[in-house]
Design a protein around this ligand. Structure first.
Ligand code: HEC
Length: 200
């Protein structure tokens, strides 16, 4: 996959580009980032002959590395997917969302939820869960502020479960269905709700 995809990228990008850039892909490795992957960005290596992109969409990577415009690379992604992707994109899984939180809101559950939150969610939602994580600044819509009791109290468990398990389409909020069990999500929801109780 790796080298053939690189060659295909070069050819397809040249075909698409109105002003053909002289693209060369000597080594390219492409692998999907897990949801919530951190430390994204594109940087040139020393000497500027190679680019290393981490946790960035392929299209953004091509645009930056070869200084071409979005519309010049419009066909490349389809080309790569059709010719080289091993499996077609998966259909959306049927959603399986509990109506009620399966985890009782014990102190243990809240503590487990807090641990998972600190590990996975603070980059966007902030260490104080106030929506002001280091990655939040250039994300629109901004990550939710869980200190906003109006929001947290107005949404049922089912809604929080759906957003955490499946992500919020069209926003940066990723899906965690492959990472957390329903009980894990329950612990996180208990933690988020405990922030409101603490304030009363
Ligand atoms: C890459 C950034 C990012 C990460 C990491 C992230 N979130 Fe979010 N989250 C967002 C954004 C952006 C929104 C706002 C979506 C919106 O406005 O609907 C959001 C919204 C939410 C919501 C509210 C959704 C709704 O229904 O309105 C919940 C709950 C949530 N996140 C929980 C979490 C939890 C729990 C984690 C960690 C396991 C997490 N998020 C990690 C970016 C992130």
């Amino acid at each position: 996959m790796i080298c053939r995809a690189a060659a295909a990228l070069a050819i397809a990008a040249q075909q698409e580009a109105k002003v053909a850039p002289d693209l060369k892909f000597e080594v390219a490795s492409l692998k999907p980032s897990p949801p919530g992957g951190r430390g994204g960005g594109i940087r040139p290596s020393t000497g500027g002959e190679r680019y290393i992109g981490t946790n960035v969409p392929l299209k953004a990577f091509i645009r930056v590395a070869w200084r071409i415009k979005d519309d010049q690379i419009s066909g490349v992604l389809d080309y790569v997917v059709q010719n080289f992707a091993k499996e077609p994109f998966k259909e959306l899984k049927t959603r399986n969302i509990p109506d009620k939180n399966p985890a009782a809101a014990s102190a243990d559950s809240i503590a487990r939820g807090e641990q998972m939150f600190l590990l996975r969610c603070t980059g966007c939602h902030g260490r104080k869960a106030d929506g002001k994580g280091p990655n939040s600044l250039d994300i629109l819509p901004h990550p939710r502020n869980f200190r906003n009791h109006w929001f947290v109290e107005s949404v049922p468990d089912r809604r929080l479960f759906e957003s955490i398990q499946y992500g919020v389409q069209g926003t940066a909020m990723p899906s965690w269905i492959d990472i957390f069990t329903p009980n894990d999500v329950g612990d996180i929801v208990n933690f988020i709700r405990s922030l409101q109780n603490a304030r009363k």
